[in-house]
Design a protein around this ligand. Structure first.
Ligand code: ACO
Length: 324
């Protein structure tokens, strides 16, 4: 049998670190009030990184990719598939994946973007897993890369304090041993309005708002429900129990959503990788960024079972269970 295994991880963060106090000062200039206490208590976020004005998703994605390739002991030339999950692409087209490919100095292999907002990395990893298992690819770069600071409305204190920029990547290779054990994806387009950037480009203009809007409470309720359900679906598909999970690596949106999911799975918070305090919500980048930090910190180790899960605009959600 043929499986897909993560052989290397990498990540990248912009150098500019913005604390809650920095955000409060920024908002105060616009006559808006927020505080470190409010943000920490409601979300767990203490800081986030914002990209430099000329820094793009492909810049961060390529940097994360180089680190993942190096960690796997491979060369860029070994890569035969590139999938980038992003909602903040460099441009309308071509895809950010083809721009990353060029920055890595390789050509010929397929490269494309996946758009599932904060579930994007779970979607991209599931697609790469399927392509490796069917023999369509042997060595896939799966990247989540975002510059959400570009689509934030700094006049809206309920959303602008929540997000950050960054990228994470994994190298996924064909293997006789697992590897990815099960994947499950979902979407429900009826929930579009609770989290969206409704604008588009048409006739040489931006039509509609190019900034993020969110109904935070609706997102919160739905997120906790679907994350609990989809976690159980992948565990059942793989014939594993929640007790067999060494690490839950959830999308890093809000520590209270993560606590709610852990409670549903009866997992102690000691088994949950939490990086939201330093990164904010980096959308499709959050899971591979958290994974790479946990690997490099020596928390996540070879042979352990990991449950990755994401939820985001669409509404979309999904989970991946794997032996690392
Ligand atoms: N600073 C200070 N006060 C604020 C701020 C702020 N930044 N933002 C809102 N408030 C105020 C509100 O105006 C409100 O005041 P009021 O009672 O006088 O009207 C009060 O705080 C409470 O606001 P709520 O919206 O009820 O606060 P809530 O407890 O729901 O927390 C939050 C808001 C953090 C957005 C929460 O709903 C949440 O975490 N939702 C999940 C959304 C999420 O994580 N989305 C990430 C993207 S989606 C994804 O990745 C899946």
């Amino acid at each position: 049998s043929r499986y897909a295994r993560i052989t290397g991880t990498g990540s990248a963060l912009p150098t500019r670190r913005v604390t809650n106090a920095d955000m409060a000062a920024e908002l105060a200039q616009r006559g808006l009030e927020t505080s470190d206490e409010w943000i920490v208590e409601r979300t767990g976020i203490r800081a986030r990184h914002f990209a430099a004005p000329d820094q793009t998703s492909s810049d961060l994605g390529a940097e994360a990719a180089r680190r993942a390739i190096e960690a796997a002991g491979r060369q860029a030339q070994d890569v035969d598939l590139i999938i980038v999950a992003t909602s903040t692409p460099d441009m309308v087209f071509p895809s950010t994946a083809t721009i990353v490919q060029r920055k890595l100095g390789i050509q010929g292999c397929p490269a494309f973007d996946v758009q599932a907002v904060c579930s994007g990395f779970i979607y991209a990893l599931s697609v790469a897993d399927a392509m490796i298992r069917t023999g369509a690819a042997n060595c896939a770069l799966v990247i989540g890369a975002e510059v959400f600071s570009r689509i934030l409305n700094f006049e809206d204190r309920t959303t602008c304090v929540l997000f950050g920029d960054g990228a994470g990547a994994v190298l996924l290779e064909a293997s006789a041993e697992p590897g990815i054990l099960a994947t499950k994806l979902h979407a429900d387009g009826r929930y579009r309005e609770i989290l969206e950037v409704p604008g588009t480009v048409s006739g040489g203009q931006v039509i509609g708002s190019p900034l993020l809007t969110m109904d935070g409470q609706a997102v919160f309720k739905l997120a906790v429900t679907v994350l609990g359900e989809v976690a159980n679906e992948v565990l059942e598909a793989a014939g594993r129990s929640a007790a067999s999970v060494d690490w839950l690596i959830p999308h890093q949106a809000n520590v209270r959503i993560m606590q709610g999911t852990a409670r549903k799975l009866k997992l102690p918070m000691e088994k949950v990788v939490v990086t939201v305090q330093e990164h904010g919500n980096t959308s499709a980048a959050s899971i591979p960024l958290a994974l790479d930090q946990a690997v490099r910190a020596g928390q996540v180790q070879r042979g352990q079972t990991l449950l990755l899960e994401g939820v985001g605009g669409g509404f979309t959600w999904g989970a991946v269970l794997l032996d690392f």
